[in-house]
Design a protein around this ligand. Structure first.
Ligand SMILES: [Zn+2]
Length: 145
């Protein structure tokens, strides 16, 4: 008679191995996507108009003020400190590209963490895999003499 519990155990272990392999494959794709990423930069950019304060300037016109700008303002938090800087107009396009790349970077890292937790659940908290049967090994020392 077949031991039903042993059969279930083997099936569960096969599923586990397949799941881990599938997760490893997904993680490998994330690694590749990460290494294909170009330059990144955290934060967000906004367009700002400025009032310079010089008397008689067009930005101080009493009825129709024409403020200076727009300027690209970059904001981000680094090591707990908020940073705010204006970016040269000729750099704006590249900056926006890096901000988008950073969002992708974060998404990929989040996915990697998620998949790693799933993998850990299987490997650390799932059923223990059965120990493989021991195969008798020929004693090579004896053969040489
Ligand atoms: Zn002005």
């Amino acid at each position: 008679m077949v031991d039903k519990s042993a059969m279930l155990y083997i099936i569960a272990d096969m599923n586990t191995t397949q799941s881990v392999t599938a997760l490893e494959r997904k993680i490998e794709k994330i690694r590749q996507a990460l290494s294909a990423l170009g330059p990144i930069h955290p934060g967000s950019a906004s367009l700002q108009y400025q009032v310079c304060g010089r008397p008689g300037c067009r930005c101080a016109h009493p009825r129709r003020p024409q403020r200076h700008g727009p300027y690209h303002k970059l904001s981000y938090v680094h090591q707990g400190k908020p940073v705010c800087r204006f970016v040269r107009a000729d750099c704006a396009k590249e900056l926006l590209k890096r901000l988008a790349a950073f969002k992708r970077f974060r998404r990929l890292v989040d996915q990697w963490v998620e998949l790693s937790i799933q993998r850990g659940h299987i490997e650390f908290f799932g059923p223990r895999p059965p120990t493989p049967p021991t195969v008798p090994v020929a004693n090579t020392k004896e053969r040489r003499t």
